[in-house]
Ligand binder design. Sequence first.
Ligand SMILES: *Cc1c(COP(=O)(O)O)cnc(C)c1O
Length: 423
Amino acid sequence: MKRARPATVSEGWEKAGSPLDIARIRQDFPILRQRVHGKPLVYLDNAATSQKPQCVIDAVRRYYEAENSNIHRGIHYLSERATAEYEETRAKVQRFLNASDSREIVFVRGTTEGINLVTQSYGRKFVKAGDEILITAMEHHSNIVPWQILCEQAGARLRVIPMNHDGELLLEEYERLLGGRTKLVAVAHVSNALGTVNPVKQIVELAHRRGVPVLLDGAQAAPHMAVDVQALDCDFYTFSGHKLFGPTGIGVLYGKAPHLEAMPPYQAGGDMISLVTFEKTHYNVLPYKFEAGTPHIAGGIGLGAAVDYVTGIGLEAIAAYERELLAYATQALSAIRGLKVIGTAKEKAAVLSFVLEGVHPHDIGTILDREGVAIRAGHHCAMPVMQRFGVPATARASFAFYNTKEEVDVLVRGVHKVLKVFR
Ligand SMILES: *Cc1c(COP(=O)(O)O)cnc(C)c1O
């Protein structure tokens, strides 16, 4: 049967159908009802932070309204309830990552703190002068600078796995760099600047063959795909709550228990101890050894609600929907003359970085903002990536499952407006 050519690509796609009811999902996000400069908000800055569903907002509010108290020490009603709910999030995150033990789930402020914990605890203990740390050319500054500091402290050397012009890691180079001096490999699961999904399972396998542990920066992966730390067999995995539709100021470091057991505390204070005398202090058991001080209790409870929310939708369904959305957006934007997509790896997730000939990315961002479209323009905390591609900055649209093809159409029309202004 011959079908009429769809008027727009989006129409053709709509017929293909998606198992997600996006219109209904969007109702869960109050902020998306907003108008910006008189236009409906089109929020395409999800790689910077994601919006929060009502259930997360409610969970945080309920905690402050009805449960507020300190955890892990009170014997009164409120404290027991707050402790139970906070610890329930740990169990939820354990299932979310498929970790084998909830002791392997350490609450931190976010990805940045997760990485700093590993560099300053594991790194300070196990990395010595002459050792090498491997990272990649596409890391976020959070997965570069903490290692640089560690290398300076230890007299170790930071080495960088290069990538090709599509933004894919050169695995032969990686194998060549992996050597007897390599003490740890730290890699982004998904690049925030390029959208590349790295072959992390293979990266872990190659490192483990030489007995080298691997940390995965999951900040851009956890919100977009199912993560199974046992299947990946990674040694550390870290992500931020606020990019997973939860609150800011809370995140997760997963670590294999034997590593965490062998590591000294990262910070010292209350809650991370079992016995303190002025002569000697005994540290608490996992994971509390790494959780000094009163934590972000409301954030932890909000993160639990966010994990419930995304697992309720299903990470597989989210990944499938976003793959279509990204393909649609890539096709539509690539058709614009003078527009170049930065990051053209075969495996990508949720991020579309681009430059327009003759237009600074900040001007793209400013004009799009007048259209109600929120994107990011800049170096995306990945200056070495910009240097690699020879651009000062890019414009970046980044998606979540609540975004639609109609919003992509608004973005495309906005880019045409930019061109009108500049040509
Ligand atoms: C956002 C991001 C980080 C840092 O996360 P914070 O929440 O700011 O700590 C690290 N790595 C990647 C890939 C990111 O996208």
